[in-house]
Design a protein around this ligand. Sequence first.
Ligand code: NDP
Length: 475
Amino acid sequence: MKNLSKFYIAGEWVNPISDNMMPVLNPATEEQIGTIALGNMTDVENAVAAAKSAFDSFRLISKADRLALLNELKRLTEKRFEDLAQAMRMEMGAPITMARDAQADAAIGHLQGYIEALEKLEERYKLSNSDILIREPIGVCGLITPWNWPINQIALKVIPALATGCTCILKPSEHTPISAMVYTEIIHEAGYPPGVFNLINGLGETVGSALSRHPDIQMMSFTGSTRAGRAVTHDAAETVKRVTLELGGKSPNLIFADCNLEERVTASVDECMFNTGQSCDAPTRLLVERSCYEEVLEIAKRAANSITVGDPAQEGNHVGPLFDQIQFKRVQTMIQKGLDEGATLLTGGLGKPEGYKTGWYVKPTVFADVSNEMTIAQEEIFGPVLVIIPFEDETEAIAIANDSPYGLAAYIQTGSAARAERISSCLRAGSVHINGGGINYGTPFGGYKQSGNGREGGLMGLEDYLETKTLHGIV
Ligand code: NDP
């Protein structure tokens, strides 16, 4: 069992001031795999003081030196790739093939995207009116990340902070601390000066809130639920910090009869269930043109039934358990809501899949005949649950798609490029995926409406961590 009880502050692994401990559980076995410390206010003060002190010199480090550090970080991330994948397999139940191909891969992909963006970033240039514009690091950043894509989220926040000359304090989800600690070891080995990067574990309401309120922190970057995003914004308001948020989603997936139905519907179901449905941009609302509705139901049912649930330690393309008992209960409650509200259960449903007593496994579930007013169509479920809603024409499809407090992603399946363009321009979402087009590393990611603000990845991801200064009168 791992001893994860230390924090990383000012370049050293230190004992926390707090004596509050919490077990870390493997969701596939329900066994305890480690113990972490949950920090208190003094731990936060120590981490912020280290980051504040380090900022004085790190902000002056040249772009060439920051790039050299990032390239070393990349070399070492590649070296520790398997450790990252195995950590996420253990702490959140990511099946090992997917933990490697998607979860750990994100650490390298995003890093490469940020390296290319930093190479292009102009940090000082002359405006057409002869004034000089300078981009400078914003300062000390508080970074709060969730459990569903642990290293993806850490990479999307920590790397731009380091790339721009900011210093930071990371508070990962206390449910997934192992991958965060491996990542901390990588940063340490890469040779970042003490205090540039700091790690503390703790609860959102204590450590997360203390970071958001701290007067020496200039920016908070948060990924998680809209509820917690609101709390961070509220806490940060007193000190007028910059706040960037990557929150929830209930992304629509518009299926038109002119697409290759068998291929596109099967891929859509797989994408919804990927990572056991625990992705903020998962296509969870399947909106289907009425003329092909019955055919789509058959394909969707077949596709969901062919998804296997299995042990994360096994290689393969099966889905694993949910990350914790808390999430298992939330998903069960939402499935029950769907039944109570009168949706038609096409496949899956309540309880664990046959043969699973241990582990937070759930059945891939599909509801048909859903109306967009139902709770299961409005609220994020964050489990392998797809809802299918019919529409008559493009106008109605767009109206249903946009009838959500969220606006993270949208998906369109059609044989018509003109239709895809036309509909994309009407959808209130940060990214639109057409016929399975995936997002590439280096492309900005983020949402409209209550899915957040700011963008992560690439050049726009760097810009969130920069201040703008103008110089006047320099010849
Ligand atoms: P949370 O938003 O509560 O957790 C995400 C992170 O925020 C954690 O590190 C958490 O710490 C922290 N946090 C929580 N409250 C605060 C606060 N007041 N101030 C600062 N930080 C805080 O997600 P949950 O784990 O509760 O999941 C609930 C739902 O959120 C899911 O079912 C899903 O719908 C959605 N979600 C969306 C994600 C996304 O990527 N958009 C990611 C994760 C969840 P702690 O764990 O201690 O609360």
